[in-house]
Design a protein around this ligand. Structure first.
Ligand SMILES: [Zn+2]
Ligand SMILES: [Zn+2]
Length: 41
């Protein structure tokens, strides 16, 4: 699985807000400019 932001091959985690997969560096919604978080506000 690769990160949807930096495309690095890693143990990616699924974001519960947008459903995309990110590495541990980019999993926080504010770091990957999360679509789900924007809609929530
Ligand atoms: Zn990443
Ligand atoms: Zn997200």
């Amino acid at each position: 699985m690769e990160c949807d932001l930096c495309f690095k091959e890693c143990n990616a985690i699924r974001c519960p807000y947008c459903g995309k997969y990110f590495c541990s560096t980019h999993i926080q919604p504010e770091v990957h400019n999360c679509e789900g978080m924007v809609l929530d506000q």
